[in-house]
Design a binder for this molecule. Structure first.
Ligand code: PYC
Length: 331
């Protein structure tokens, strides 16, 4: 039995985005969060088949557009990635909104603006165009907050680390330079990947964050190594690890949101401040602390992230159950 998926492939600040424009399964659920649960229970093979080898690779990421479940939104997005089915993805949203608008798959109710329902909540988009191209997408993200500070772990053959955990649509373990961690360039990509896998295990054993308003959003999935900027005009650089072997090529939208919340909660940013964030490959997002809010009794900020994406082509992908690797594999 062959399943056909029509995709628009591209990238946001270097990280891949695969918008699955044809072939999305019908999902059950009264919200995008419930549809995410349904997708994970019944259709995870679509995620693994489209994201893992041989049809994808370690960094593959993307998603589907759905009609929203709420009347006050223009579109719903469900994210897929090698790391799972994320509650929110910033680089993915910038890419899918760009490709969706450029190809007439998203029709905004007011020009230059969108309200998007994602599993983590509702996000607001302001976008700019030149001719038929979308040149910039700014996301006003879900409330983001510092969840825990000073988690102490001992990493074999590396040493002790003190880790903070912040939420920006996913939970991030944030590592600032300390002890044996001097800088990203001092560690290098393969060390970052290997250490991140170990650190994620150690942090998970010590602490499990749970979102105060949605307990399906829980657990540290991604690791953000923070560093000083490399280029002129930037305020910080990161390497965000996800899945089993990926370093985000973009500055990571939810990672940047988590970092903004972390910096605001520790008195290093205030409402109105901008923060230009560089990725491992030095591509950029502009982050900003838009507002300070309460999430129950949790102090939070509303961050925004701005960037742009490029479509690289159409891709019609078959998943044939006669293929041994129809569900994909990773090594
Ligand atoms: O941009 O939010 C993001 C993201 C999450 C994982 C990879 N990128």
């Amino acid at each position: 039995m062959r399943h056909t998926f029509f995709c628009i492939d591209g990238h946001t600040a270097g990280n891949p985005v695969r918008l699955v424009a044809g072939g999305a399964p019908l999902l059950k659920g009264a919200t995008m969060s419930e549809r995410r649960q349904d997708f994970m229970a019944r259709f995870d093979w679509i995620r693994t088949g489209l994201c893992f080898e041989p049809r994808g690779h370690d960094m593959m990421s993307g998603g589907f557009l759905y009609p929203p479940t709420r009347e006050d939104c223009d579109v719903g997005i469900l994210f897929i990635e090698t790391s799972g089915c994320l509650p929110m993805c910033g680089h993915g949203t910038i890419g899918m909104v760009t490709f969706g608008l450029e190809h007439g798959l998203i029709r905004p109710s007011s020009p230059g603006k969108l309200r998007v329902e994602v599993p983590a909540g509702v996000i607001e988009i302001d976008y700019k165009t030149e001719g038929d191209k979308v040149t910039s997408v700014k996301i006003r993200n879900v409330p983001s907050f510092l969840a825990a500070q000073g988690i102490r772990i001992d990493v074999p053959d590396f040493g002790p680390l003190s880790i903070d955990v912040a939420y920006g649509g996913n939970f991030y373990a944030i590592i600032e330079p300390q002890g044996a961690y001097k800088s990203l360039d001092d560690l290098g990509a393969s060390r970052i990947v290997n250490l991140s896998r170990e650190i994620r295990q150690l942090v998970r054993a010590a602490y499990e964050p749970v979102h105060p308003e949605n307990d399906t959003i829980r657990g540290v999935s991604h690791i953000l190594w923070a560093d000083a900027p490399k280029g002129e005009g930037a305020d910080g650089r990161n390497a965000v690890f996800y899945g089993e072997k990926a370093i985000d090529r973009s500055p990571c939208g939810t990672g940047t949101s988590a970092r903004l919340a972390h910096l605001a909660a520790t008195g290093r940013l205030v409402k109105g401040d901008a923060f230009v964030h560089e990725s491992y490959i030095c591509s950029r997002f502009i982050g900003r602390v838009e507002d300070e809010v309460m999430l129950g009794d949790q102090k939070a900020i509303v961050p925004s992230i701005e960037g742009s994406a490029i479509a690289t082509g159409f891709n019609t992908i078959w998943i044939d159950r006669a293929d041994t690797f129809w569900q994909g594999f990773h090594v």
